[in-house]
Design a protein around this ligand. Structure first.
Ligand code: CDP
Length: 221
């Protein structure tokens, strides 16, 4: 098996609330790999600014907040709030912020056990050599419904219209920024989950990765 020689590295990218995080966690469980949600790094920078002050319009202040990332508890529920997500979406456009968070992501991706990372630029920038790449998407309306449900489940009140507006704004920012815009890598498999429930989406993701692994195993050395 090739996996004994080359660790399995899985890149999962996609827009806000596409289900990529849930899918990446399920892939990590299924293939017994460690998982990194890279969005939580950008959210940790955002939460540092939200708590201790800092103008998201200033790259200098966002860069300073990068130094506080290690102090943020990754289980802090405020990381998942809409306001923090919205600041994260703004500060993630700064190339300095992206560089400051790069090493942490690359070293996670290069561990000998293999890994699953999810984000926006995993297949294109962080791990272009990944064994399998998925680009997970869904319509903006479906994503807004999912995000409202997720926020309500976390006890954070949210209205569909506001969330939809926010998702549109985030898609626009993610796709149009100069550094590492949200892009499907040429060799990524597209997984549109608009018509799927989460179990179907997970099953489809596992199947796509298994196909990729089988194709890699068959390749002559
Ligand atoms: O799924 P959602 O957009 O709500 O959140 P997330 O994946 O936790 O990411 C938060 C923000 O960080 C996003 O709006 C992205 O703009 C940014 N991000 C990024 O630029 N690059 C990544 N690898 C991950 C997240």
């Amino acid at each position: 098996m090739t996996s004994a020689i080359h660790p399995i590295l899985i890149a999962v990218d996609g827009p806000a609330a596409s289900g990529k995080g849930t899918i990446a966690r399920a892939l990590a469980r299924n293939f017994r790999l460690p998982h990194m949600d890279t969005g939580s790094l950008y959210r940790a920078v955002a939460l540092t600014m939200f708590r201790f002050g800092g103008d998201p319009g200033s790259e200098f202040e966002a860069l300073r907040a990068c130094e506080g990332v290690a102090q943020i508890d990754p289980t802090d529920p405020e990381l998942r709030s809409e306001v923090v997500g919205s600041i994260a979406s703004r500060i993630s456009a700064y190339s300095g912020v992206r560089s400051a968070l790069l090493d942490r992501q690359r070293s996670f991706a290069s561990q000998s056990s293999g890994a699953v990372l999810d984000g926006r630029d995993i297949g294109t920038v962080i791990a272009p050599n990944a064994t399998a790449k998925l680009f997970v998407t869904a319509s903006q309306e479906v994503r807004a419904q999912r995000r409202v449900r997720e926020l309500l489940e976390r006890g954070m009140p949210a209205g569909y219209e506001d969330v939809l507006i926010d998702i549109r704004a985030r898609d626009e920012r993610d796709a149009n920024r100069d550094t590492a815009p949200l892009l499907q890598a040429d060799d990524a498999d597209l997984l549109d989950t608009s018509e799927m429930d989460i179990d179907e989406a997970i099953a489809a993701a596992i199947e796509l990765v298994e196909k990729k692994l089988a194709a890699v195993a068959l390749k002559p050395a």
